[in-house]
Ligand binder design. Sequence first.
Ligand SMILES: Cc1cc2nc3c(=O)[nH]c(=O)nc-3n(C[C@H](O)[C@H](O)[C@H](O)COP(=O)(O)OP(=O)(O)OC[C@H]3O[C@@H](n4cnc5c(N)ncnc54)[C@H](O)[C@@H]3O)c2cc1C
Length: 461
Amino acid sequence: MHVPLLIIGGGLSGLAAALRFARFIPDVLLLEQHSRIGGLNSYYYRNNRLFETGLHAITNYAAPKVKNAPLNRLLRQLKIKRKELALHQQNQSEIRFPDLESLLFSNDFSLLDSEIESKFPASHQGFHKLLQVIERYDPFKPLPFISTKKILQEHLQDTLLTDMLLCPLMYYGSSIERDMDFGQFVIMFRAIFLEGMFRPGGTIKDLLDLLLKHYTDHGGKIKTKATVKKILHTGKKIHGVLLNDGTEIRCDYILSTIGSEETFTLLDNPSGLETLPRLGFVETIFEIEKSTELKQGHGRTIIFYNTGDHFLYQQPDSFVDFNSGVICMPQNFQDLPESSFKEVRTTHLANYNEWKELLKDKDSYKSAKDDTALTSLLVAEKILGNFAQNIVYRDTFTPLTIERFTAKKNGAIYGNPVKIKDGDIGYDNLYLAGTDQGFLGIIGSMLSGVSIVNQHILPRL
Ligand SMILES: Cc1cc2nc3c(=O)[nH]c(=O)nc-3n(C[C@H](O)[C@H](O)[C@H](O)COP(=O)(O)OP(=O)(O)OC[C@H]3O[C@@H](n4cnc5c(N)ncnc54)[C@H](O)[C@@H]3O)c2cc1C
């Protein structure tokens, strides 16, 4: 078998790349190791109910008239109509730090601005100067690392405000510890604070099914349960892939969305990339009775919290760091159709190696997962009020769960901290897209897939 383009990985970047390419040349094959597409953002069934693995909220909300907004550009590139998605904007989210210091924000930027004006008056003018820098900055220019903390400290009088602004942006888009590259900060600031958050009407399955339908309608092909074992090449020229079941598929181009080191492993070549700690996370889903009224934080979509003296976004020494985290209530989006359930989802930083060590004894691993869920529940109840008595189902994912289902090294959601922004990893006809190209989250990874196809592959065919 021979195809012009082979895409490795049926996550959101692979699906978007495949659909973009199929619009011009239908002969494209998408290979996914799992039985289900979606990768990090997929779903599973328990108790006859669908649970989403990843979706809290999609960033980069934009009104239809903002033609150049990333969301609208993406929809145009994929020829998907807005009405096919039914977008629901967030209600209101919150950044909550010690002593009940809190900043509210929504898809209307003036809310965050007025919160900063009233709670951090000494920093308000500097915040406006920072906004001008953000507006003018081109985050896609290849530049060496620029420290966001340094720039924020130059503009803002209050270190607490610096930490509060960084908390959501790091949790939703930083693969590196303690600081952020300023380009990535600008991307995330625009995506979360200036544009905002939304979710599609149905579940993530509906979004994945929609992408797949468009793709197969154009003639694109997909093979699930197809694990790529080797990428076949002579020097820098790629010929195809070998699957786990022994099938060989030949191609002109490969787009790999599985990660940089993971791709180099399939090429039997060391990556030569700098080794930095990869960030792990644990996520617990609490399904609660539909009638549950949360006493506090009622109606909030997402609460980003920190309880320590400083916000520390780094790999913890123990299994989990409960000092900070994300609490998401996926039912709290505007005008969502009535659902039969409610959820509280919690996310915290975690240490992959500590979890890996535990796996040597299955009982210890299981009891650490139970302890994680219970501690996370206590943390969430301090913020939301009691809801333990209303929990009907609970599940916890560790970095090992993510590694098992997506083959992502160390189960690191944001992949390798070293990003390859142009997608070129030194081969003639192989490119990288997705998480390790540097665009994170759903919109980021989809735009990454589309832009690599546009820049490197379509012009050469
Ligand atoms: C718990 C959690 C919560 C999240 N919340 C949000 C959120 O609220 N909003 C948001 O925007 N983003 C969120 N994300 C992040 C978002 O899911 C990812 O950034 C995005 O989906 C990454 O897509 P990708 O295609 O780059 O990578 P992946 O999803 O990792 O796709 C890669 C695919 O490659 C497949 N693969 C790997 N190796 C092979 C192989 N050898 N052969 C064949 N196939 C292979 C994998 O199975 C996988 O399907 C969350 C992620 C998680 C895990």
